[in-house]
Design a protein around this ligand. Sequence first.
Ligand code: ATP
Length: 312
Amino acid sequence: MLAVVPPPVTVRVPSKVNLHLAVGDRRADGYHDLATVFQSLSLTDEVTVAVADEPGVEVHGEGAGTVPTGASNLAWRAVEELARYAGRDISELKVRVVIRKGIPVAGGMAGGSADAAATLVGLASLWRLEIGRDELAVLAAKIGSDVPFVLHGGVALGTGRGEQLVPVLSRHTFHWVLAFDRRGLSTPKVYAELDRLRADGEPPAVGAVEPVLEALASGDPRQLALLLGNDLQPAAVSLRPTLRRTLRAGVQAGALAGTVSGSGPTCAFLCESGEDALRVAAELAGAGVCRTVRVAHGPVPGARVVNDESPR
Ligand code: ATP
């Protein structure tokens, strides 16, 4: 009897912005404890997984040339993690992963993590695994600290290294303009720079998280704008001083406030409305302070299958 080859599965997955990112001191194991509020954004990657004789990863789109296609691609780490869970032979995986990137690479928006989360969801569907979201989240956390959040989407409070999540109720939509920089920033280097700045003095630190949660519940972007904060921002700006100009330009263009997203260098500008975001984006695009400008909104759902023609 001929084995039936399941059709490819495509998954759309969001990026993230940190509305609040409090970074603790460096721990003995080198990591930092975080308290962060994530919001998922409509700037997405799409990942297609398919059964194929030639296994591997293909990357297209935004910054594709700088993304590894071998075993170090986070999407492939997800393939291996799910294969181990399913008891499949890792040396004989007939899986091809095709990534279409919309999320900037090394931009502080969890792009690689997003591809890993999408691959987990897509492959679980392709292989028809009986695995719930909670179990997928456990695998996700093994791959990277941002992977569980982009799997879930929405808004969440993250602690630990950011992987321990509590969902935050947020029924309102917020509008953003994102300014991509010409080159990425390495997340470990940004943390190391923060350690250096802290050894030398007291870089500005974010306040309490509760007011951020209240602003989210109120849905008022003006209230939220006053509270955006990121302990990594001084470190990202120290490594990439031109970000200071970008942050200023966004506010001059009419945004309510700007913040470096995660470890940067992408700058995220919160706007009053969708129309305002379009206006700010147009003006910022002409200011010559960044490579590309995009508009996005959030929160949006986490990684989800967008085409699955196979019978249910
Ligand atoms: P985070 O916000 O989670 O700190 P980031 O958005 O700053 O991450 P990524 O886009 O995830 O950064 O990329 C970080 C590095 O990971 C890249 O320089 C790249 O070499 C590597 N990488 C591995 N897999 C991927 C992938 N699927 N997409 C993008 N980068 C990947």
